[in-house]
Design a protein around this ligand. Structure first.
Ligand code: UD1
Ligand code: UDP
Length: 362
């Protein structure tokens, strides 16, 4: 039996992290010299925000589920920090692997850094340059305490170098979500029945997701977005898997009836989501991951924000920014269609292998 030389402790907690970690976890576990300990912070906890991904994507049962979610940023991050430290002291891994920019990411990275355990950050170097976003704080801090920074694009590499991060810590590996889109995109074709379940025709509907605090927590912005969706739905069906945060806020602001004016459904599993994305005529979103997936499947995307971390998508022309200010102009944009240019700044679909190889040789 191969001797375990690398014990990697992966920290996940939120929906996009389950998707990013799925293929990396599998590759780590298929490598004889590696053992993986999987920690789920509990940040996302509803069945359709967590369990469905573990089941569908064959992610191993977490070794630890910390059950920390539903609090404020300070509560979540603080409680996670304390609980992850305890796990790290028990497990003593060689590496802690964190993904993206959530409160779980920062808590994992900080707990490890304070114990002098090397941190590897997948999806390093993204910047919106908007410090009011909790995610921007999480990603900047995580990048500056990480020892190995896996950047998805050349723009991300440049962002890191500009902030003075030593070049020998930074590796351009491509985007794990591109690997996932290729692998699960094919699986979804065979397994998902979502189009017939919802009575949708390929290229006959718009897919929408909204969950960013800046949109959900502001009744005016959320109202503009939901009104635009409702207006467009009269002409073209708008399918809207609703994040629990968004549903809670919409109801609290008295905007619940606008959800009934579109095809609002509960959050869907990844295979159904991929199928919905591939067949949409346009995607409207404020999600980081969904913007990229729109491009992977060459579907035009309207990003309902002032800025995006994924400048590459704007440059290629597949993505257009639309700050939610005016119902009519957003509705008009959603009803339009266009194509962008070719090119792919997100790697070759071998990102997972590059990450595992680098961890093994470090
Ligand atoms: C978090 C991440 C965000 C990421 C998103 C992915 C941070 C700061 N934000 O945002 O970067 O894009 O996840 O979806 O970490 N809730 C439930 N059930 C759940 C999960 C959430 O009801 O399973 C509700 C709770 O009321 C919770 C609220 O949504 O308080 C917000 O959840 P939280 O994880 O703090 O932030 P997200 O908006 O999901
Ligand atoms: N997603 C999903 N079901 C949904 C909505 C999103 O599987 O109902 C997937 C989506 O395909 C993408 C990821 O979740 O891979 C994006 O997560 P989210 O938008 O919550 O977070 P972000 O990427 O903005 O951090």
């Amino acid at each position: 039996m191969a001797r375990i030389r690398h014990k990697v402790l992966s920290v996940v907690g939120a929906r996009p992290q389950f998707i990013k970690a799925a293929l990396v976890s599998r590759a780590l576990r298929n490598t004889p010299e590696v053992s993986e300990v999987l920690v789920h912070t509990g940040q996302h906890y509803d069945k359709n925000m967590s369990e469905v991904f573990f089941r569908e994507l064959d992610i191993p049962e977490p070794d630890y589920n910390l059950g920390i979610g539903g609090g404020t940023h300070g509560q979540n991050t603080g409680r996670m920090l304390e609980a992850i430290e305890e796990v790290l002291l028990r497990e003593r891994p060689h590496w802690v692997l964190v993904y993206g920019d959530t409160d779980s990411t920062l808590a994992g990275a900080l707990a490890a850094a304070k114990l002098h355990i090397p941190v590897a950050h997948v999806e390093a170097g993204l910047r919106s340059f908007n410090r009011r976003m909790p995610e921007e704080i999480n990603r900047v801090l995580t990048d500056h305490i990480a020892d190995l920074l896996f950047a998805p694009t050349e723009v991300a590499v440049r962002n890191l170098l500009r902030e003075g991060i030593p070049p020998d810590k930074v590796y351009w590996v491509g985007d794990v979500m591109y690997d996932a889109a290729l692998y699960y995109g094919e699986k979804a074709e065979g397994q998902s029945r979502i189009l017939s379940k919802l009575g949708l025709k390929p290229k006959g509907y718009i897919l929408a997701t909204i969950h960013r605090a800046e949109n959900t927590d502001d009744p005016v912005r959320l109202g503009v977005i939901l009104q635009a969706f409702a207006e467009v739905h009269r002409e073209i069906p708008v399918v809207f898997p609703v994040h629990p945060r968004t549903r809670k806020r919409a109801e609290a602001f008295g905007l619940g009836p606008l959800l009934d004016a579109v095809m609002a459904v509960d959050p869907v599993g990844y295979l159904d989501m991929v199928m919905l994305e591939k067949n949409a005529r346009l995607i409207a979103t404020d999600s980081g991951g969904v913007q990229k997936e729109a491009f992977f499947y060459r579907v035009p995307c309207v990003t309902l924000r002032e800025e995006t971390e994924w400048q590459e998508l704007l440059d290629l022309g597949w993505n257009k920014l639309a700050p939610p200010a005016d119902v009519a102009s957003i509705a008009g944009l959603l009803e339009s269609q266009w194509v962008g240019s070719e090119g792919n700044p997100f790697g070759l679909g071998n990102t997972v292998n590059l990450i595992v190889q680098k961890l093994l040789s470090s």
